[in-house]
Design a protein around this ligand. Structure first.
Ligand SMILES: Cc1cc2nc3c(=O)[nH]c(=O)nc-3n(C[C@H](O)[C@H](O)[C@H](O)COP(=O)(O)OP(=O)(O)OC[C@H]3O[C@@H](n4cnc5c(N)ncnc54)[C@H](O)[C@@H]3O)c2cc1C
Length: 514
């Protein structure tokens, strides 16, 4: 019997084109996993072509990603000027003056076999409950500016939340570069000027740099950002444009001094058109104004941002242009697009870096050999498309579930046709407080609940099993849940004080008080 030698088919050379956040995440992951294997990993980047340099707020999944790479949390935070993030705070979204939190944590606990939020809806209708955020530990930590690490004991109320980071995008890429180079990744400085393709299959076979150097590889990872050098400029893969649902297509970004202290959250304040982010890092504040060029011009948008800063600027404002959507295929032929080259969903829920981590994880799970089977590509594209679509629908909810009537922008978002899947989810919720529970879904029930309730979408009814509790028991549940949370939060240090103790030198003493 003839046995095929797997080595003949093994991918031996991977070339990552692009050295922004996505390029270095891909390099770090692959070099960690294939450190001892016979895989040559190279990365090409050009100092002539800047990275986007934003992308500073994350979601908790990054901690599991970091743990897989074996990163030390304190060292990681120190190297990237990182702060803790317990969730996003939204101002003026459901209507002007309304504020709510989307925390990385649960609302209460299930009782009598029914999710806490059903009891809360019932209690709220009877006037026995205050706002939903009073029953989430992480929301109270955000409101009071406190921080502690979660407890692993499921009995402890401190086990009911998670956290992420906010960090400097340039330092993050530099940190991962150091990690990757220490594991054998070879970086080449240079601008790609020509891409060679196989005359029959159309696969990419090599790239050429301005210096004249030619680099051959088996698998190419396109991390060239919005340029999409391989996936689009070369392979003409096509793009699904979602801007009719998410019309923002510009962002002004600028850094300024941090004046209002270190709250453990990203703040997203809605304006008449679009919204503004506030991301506190150890050494500075990241700010940006995401808006739609169809509803506001560039200068007015810049003025809006500059008039809403809390301290003197540290950088020149930078304008970024984008089209919300995704590549029709994120893996095409022997090119996998990761990061902005694969698509972009605006940063309202800080999802891009997570989608990069997810892409790399999926690629590793379906790592090809030189046969490049359609099935692998199709499955990869199916998973990534589903993840993008579900994040998209969650973002659309923020714009659509609003009572704002003060501008053309909000009138458009409030009245636009939404995707069928989202309409279905919203209808289900409105009837009986049900959140659709997909097996694979990035944002889970608490996230959807926080936006629904926070933006004034109240269900008509609730799970009838909640009526197993009589009114006195229902009220006692609300009182007990809230007081347990209040006691736990009041015993915590301020976020600034915790940060300073955890990463000495990170926060000046007066800011640690906030
Ligand atoms: C306004 C805005 C706000 C954002 N906020 C967040 C956030 O809060 N959280 C989050 O998770 N994400 C956020 N993102 C997304 C995040 O910034 C990106 O996902 C992340 O930075 C990855 O970018 P990238 O590496 O794919 O592309 P880039 O940073 O653009 O890097 C592209 C790389 O390709 C190289 N390159 C391009 N062409 C060539 C060539 N011809 N030859 C050689 N090299 C080349 C460049 O030199 C560069 O190194 C935001 C994005 C935008 C636009």
């Amino acid at each position: 019997m003839k046995v095929t030698d797997c080595n003949d088919k093994k991918i031996k050379r991977v070339l990552i084109v692009g050295g922004g956040t996505s390029g270095w995440i891909a390099a770090a992951s692959l070099s960690h996993l294939y450190n001892h294997a016979d895989l040559n990993i190279r990365l090409v980047e050009s100092q002539e072509i800047a990275t986007v340099g934003v992308g500073e707020a994350t979601v908790p999944h990054i901690r599991y990603f970091n743990a897989r790479l074996g990163l030390d949390e304190r060292e990681f935070m120190k190297s990237t000027q990182a702060t803790f993030k317990l969730g996003n705070e939204f101002r003026n979204w459901g209507r002007e003056g309304l504020r709510y939190a989307h925390p990385f944590g649960a609302f209460g606990e299930s009782v009598a076999g029914v999710g806490f939020h059903h009891h809360w809806v019932r209690a709220h209708k009877k006037g026995l409950a205050s706002e939903i955020g009073d029953y989430a530990l992480s929301v109270q930590m955000m409101n009071k500016g406190r921080f502690a690490l979660p407890d692993k004991d499921p009995q402890s109320v401190l086990s009911t939340f998670s956290y992420a980071y906010q960090f400097d995008a340039y330092l993050y890429a530099a940190y991962l570069r150091k990690y990757s180079e220490a594991r054998g990744v070879v970086r080449t400085e240079g601008k790609v000027t020509h891409v060679e393709q196989h005359p029959e299959t159309g696969d990419v076979t090599a790239i050429q740099l301005a210096s004249g150097e030619r680099i051959v590889a088996d698998l190419f990872i396109d991390c060239t950002g919005f340029h999409g050098l391989l996936i689009e400029q070369t392979l003409k893969t096509g793009y699904e444009d979602w801007s009719h649902w998410l019309p923002n297509d510009r962002a002004w970004a600028v850094n300024c001094e941090i004046r209002e202290g270190h709250l453990p959250l990203t703040r997203n304040t809605a304006h008449k058109v679009g919204w503004q982010w506030r991301i506190p890092l150890q050494h500075r504040l990241g700010n940006g104004y995401v808006h739609s060029s169809a509803f506001i011009d560039e200068q007015d948008a810049l003025d809006t941002l500059m008039n809403n800063l809390e301290g003197p600027t540290l950088t020149e404002p930078k304008l970024l242009k984008f089209v919300t959507g995704k590549r029709k295929k994120q893996w095409n032929k022997n090119v996998v697009a990761i990061g902005l080259s694969s698509g972009f969903l605006e940063p309202l829920e800080s999802t891009s870096i997570h989608l990069i981590h997810l892409a790399v994880t999926n690629l590793v799970e379906m790592f090809p050999d030189k046969d490049f089977r359609d099935e692998d590509r199709d499955e990869y594209n199916r998973i990534m498309s589903m993840e993008y679509t579900r994040v998209r629908d969650f973002l659309i909810l923020h714009y659509h579930a609003t009572e704002r009537t003060d501008s053309e922008f909000w009138n458009y978002c409030r009245t636009m046709e939404i995707p069928d899947a989202l309409k279905y989810e919203m209808d289900l919720f409105r009837q009986r407080a049900v959140v659709v529970n997909y097996k694979q879904k990035f944002f889970l029930e608490p996230s959807w609940l926080s936006v629904y309730f926070g933006q004034g979408v109240m269900p008509d009814s609730y799970d009838p099993l909640s009526e197993r509790l009589n009114d006195a028991e229902l009220e006692a549940l609300m009182v007990h849940t809230k007081s347990r949370i209040d006691q736990a939060v009041d015993a915590m240090p301020s976020n600034g004080a915790f940060l300073e103790a955890y990463c000495p030198g990170s926060v000046t003493p007066e800011k640690a008080l906030h």
